[in-house]
Design a protein around this ligand. Structure first.
Ligand SMILES: [Zn+2]
Ligand SMILES: [Zn+2]
Length: 195
């Protein structure tokens, strides 16, 4: 039973990467997912509504349950698998929102924000993982980040000082306003979020 939950938990980073990379960027088919994702890139702090997320979560739970049940020939193990995977979906949603809206609490939280903002503002062909970097490392889309360039119109309170005009001192070694970075680091100029 615990193994089923664990498999569900491990399924998510693979799906997170695949959905983001292919459905969000590489495949140009016009889907609601792609539209919502490109809007997140364009508006920088836009997140799909709770209604959209719940509407997407219901079929996802059923699919997880169906796959888990088929793989284990047990509806109970299937439910455990679905519980593991769905918990990670919820964690992802919370964590992605936190990356944008709240300051990091740990060094890992800061590293993942840099990883994600590099994807946003430097190169949308890299760093597709949000809750982790290992899928990017595994599939060759990992881009290391030193100082990540941030566009001035990125409404991200925790990243800026009280005036909202410069990067907060605590993060000065990790982020810089676009065009003010040291040589060889990420530019914060807005890039085409397409592949
Ligand atoms: Zn984001
Ligand atoms: Zn993206």
């Amino acid at each position: 039973m615990i193994l089923s939950v664990l498999f569900g938990v491990l399924t998510w980073p693979v799906l997170e990467y695949a959905l983001h990379r292919f459905l969000g960027h590489v495949w140009r088919r016009d889907t609601l997912f792609r539209r919502e994702h490109l809007r997140h890139h364009r508006e920088k702090d836009y997140f799909a509504t709770a209604g959209y997320k719940i509407a997407a979560a219901v079929p996802a739970v059923l699919v997880f349950w169906g796959i888990g049940t088929l793989a284990t020939a047990s509806a109970r193990f299937g439910a455990a698998y679905a519980a593991g995977a769905t918990s990670m979906v919820a964690f992802y949603e919370w964590f992605h929102w936190r990356c944008h809206a709240r300051a990091p609490l740990t060094a890992l939280g800061l590293r993942l924000r840099k990883h994600h903002f590099h994807h946003h503002f430097r190169n949308a062909k890299s760093n597709f993982g949000v809750t982790g970097t290992w899928m990017d490392r595994l599939l060759g889309t990992y881009a290391p980040t030193s100082v990540v360039g941030i566009p001035r119109d990125f409404r991200c309170e925790w990243l800026f000082d009280a005036n909202g005009t410069t990067i907060a001192e605590a993060y000065a070694g990790h982020f810089a306003l676009a065009g003010t970075e040291r040589n060889g680091v990420s530019s914060g100029r807005d890039r085409d979020p397409g592949p």
